[in-house]
Structure formats: structure tokens, C-alpha cells
Design a protein. Structure first.
Length: 322
């Protein structure tokens, strides 16, 4: 999804945070965890405004490479909110007996099949190949398996899949020692910038849409800990300024890229600038809206492997009502 810059979005963002700075009410304090990569990129503008004291709430941000680094801190009460993969959010809801709720969907599909060469035109062309991938036990694995099976290919029978750490996989693909891999943005961007012989063979969002019957590939979200004690107006303020942050990043890519690099969400501003248009950043909030966007995806995961979302479909209480 390629989104052009608009002056309106920048002006709206500045107005909102200017008004916030002039407000008289005391700010709620929120401890928020942000994953490096696409799930965290949309927070960059909010992080800057918070640093300047212009945000509606007062945030304490911390970044992490692995979802496990954030989930443990959520469970222990060290964090109030976090950006996480959507399947992890559902699993946490089950694990904590409903103490974790989803307040917004923030990232749609970001997965791609990369190839050193040009032999892969369709999913069927993966038959007999070895695909190196990242995301074992998380959204990428489940999405890849679903797409393969819907195209008549059984993982590790028709297609050999080898899972590696994302940093190692990115390095090896960029060096040319791997022929085919599955990676998310911005790792994809890093590889393409470093090795001109590597091309995007398949956009897995497109492939998902072809076989999913209308469900969206919803990869990332924001969750809240119910017993954090945050008042509804604090959460509403977060959703307002988080949407502004998402819009700013989407519509002011060169400027936003510098912030993404500043807060170490990606390695460099150059990588962020190339990656943002393909990150599918959104801010979908409200119980009905979130449920409509994500329930079909959860059903696909549940039918493929119930443990991928905690053993059962989340009920309505999982979806935060703004």
C-alpha cells in the first residue's frame, strides 16, 4: 500500500499535539513496550512528541526485539501496553484469564518471499524448494503454512522450510548464501538494498487474499493490561494520538524515517524510508471494528492450530471498547 505525503496530515498532527500541550488536565502515565520492526514503526512520531512533552499522556517507552521480552513484562505488571503480533495477543488473553485486551490493530500484511533469481512466479513454484523463513511459532509460520496448504502444498513434505533468527536470515540472504526465503519488512528492504540479485517473488498479503475468503492478514496490534488501572479517557487519548502518529508516519515518510531510526526501531533512516510504504500501517480501534478486521484471521489460525491463539477463539471481552 503506497501512501503519498499530504500536508493536511502533518498540519492535523501538529494541531493535535499543540492542543495537548496547552491542556490543563494532568497527564496519565503509561508504560508502553514497542517491538522493533513494522509493529513498532507507527509509534515513532508519538515517541517524539512524548519526548518533547507534547503528548496527551505521559509515556515511558521501551523497545524490544522479541515479543517474549514484552509479554513477560506485561504479565509481571512492568508494562501497561505493548505492540505485539496478533496471535501473541490472543494467546496472552487466554494465558492471563482475560487480563490482556486488544485496543487497536496497527499492522496488516508485511511478509514476502524473496528469491535469488526469477524462477518463482506462483506459490506452486515453491514445490520441491527449500524456503528459509523467520517467525517459528508466530504469525509468519502460520500464514506461510496456510497459504501453502491452500495451494495444495504440505509444509515440510512438498516444501522444505528451515526457520532461522531474522537477523541471521537477513544477513545470509543479503550475502547470497540462500536462494529463497520468507521475511517481513523492513528485513526485506535491507536485503534488497544490499543484494541486487535478490527480487521479491511473492507478496504473501496478495497470496493470502487469493485464498482466505475475505479475512485480512492482520499481523500486529496494541494490547492493554486490564488491571493496569488506566482510565478510559487515558486510553481514548492514546488512541487519538496513536492514530495521528500512524498517519504522520504514513504521510511524511522522509521525516518519519529519521524518527524511526532515532528510536532504533529500524537500523537506519534509509531502511525505514524504503520500508514504510510496504509496512501496511493502520490504526483500527473500537470493539466492532477490531473484531471485524481480525476475527476471520483468528479463525484461520484456530482451524490450522488452536494453540497458535491460546487454544480457543477470543470472546468479545478480548476486544477493548473505546
Amino acid at each position: 500500500m503506497k501512501i503519498r505525503r499530504t500536508a493536511f496530515a502533518a498540519i492535523a498532527a501538529i494541531m493535535l499535539f499543540t492542543l495537548a500541550a496547552c491542556g490543563q488536565k494532568s497527564k496519565a502515565e503509561i508504560r508502553m513496550g514497542v517491538l522493533k520492526g513494522p509493529t513498532g514503526i507507527g509509534s515513532a512520531y508519538l515517541m517524539e512528541q512524548n519526548e518533547k512533552g507534547k503528548s496527551l499522556n505521559k509515556y515511558s517507552f521501551s523497545t524490544a526485539i522479541s515479543p517474549a521480552d514484552l509479554t513477560s513484562r506485561l504479565i509481571s505488571g512492568e508494562l501497561d501496553m505493548a505492540a505485539l503480533p496478533t496471535n501473541v495477543a490472543a494467546s496472552l488473553y487466554a494465558k492471563t484469564n482475560g487480563n490482556i485486551q486488544i485496543v487497536a490493530v496497527n499492522t496488516l500484511g508485511v511478509l514476502y518471499i524473496l528469491e535469488k533469481g526469477v524462477s518463482i512466479k506462483t506459490v506452486s513454484d515453491l514445490r520441491g524448494k527449500t524456503v528459509y523463513a523467520t517467525g517459528l511459532g508466530s504469525n509468519p509460520e502460520y500464514a506461510l503454512n496456510y497459504i501453502l496448504r491452500k495451494n495444495g502444498l504440505e509444509p515440510n513434505r512438498d516444501v522444505n522450510i528451515v526457520y532461522l533468527d531474522s537477523a541471521e536470515l537477513t544477513t545470509r540472504m543479503a550475502a547470497g548464501s540462500i536462494d529463497v526465503c520468507m521475511l517481513p519488512v523492513p528485513n526485506v528492504t535491507t536485503v534488497l538494498m544490499k543484494n541486487q540479485n535478490v527480487k521479491i517473488a511473492l507478496d504473501l498479503t496478495d497470496e493470502w487474499n487469493k485464498v482466505s475468503g475475505g479475512s485480512a492478514l492482520t499481523m500486529g496490534c496494541i494490547v492493554i493490561r486490564k488491571n493496569a488501572g488506566l482510565k478510559s479517557d487515558a486510553v481514548s487519548d492514546f488512541l487519538k494520538e496513536y492514530k495521528v502518529s500512524i498517519d504522520y508516519v504514513n504521510n511524511n515518510i522522509p521525516e518519519a524515517s529519521k524518527l524511526v531510526a532515532k528510536y532504533e526501531i529500524t537500523g537506519t533512516a534509509e531502511i525505514a524510508e524504503a520500508a514504510i510504504p510496504d509496512c501496511n500501517l493502520v490504526c483500527i480501534a473500537g470493539r466492532d471494528e477490531i473484531k471485524k478486521a481480525i476475527e476471520g484471521y483468528y479463525r484461520v489460525l484456530f482451524e490450522a492450530d488452536p494453540s497458535s491463539i491460546g487454544g480457543s477463539m477470543p470472546n468479545d471481552e478480548f476486544y477493548y471498547q473505546k
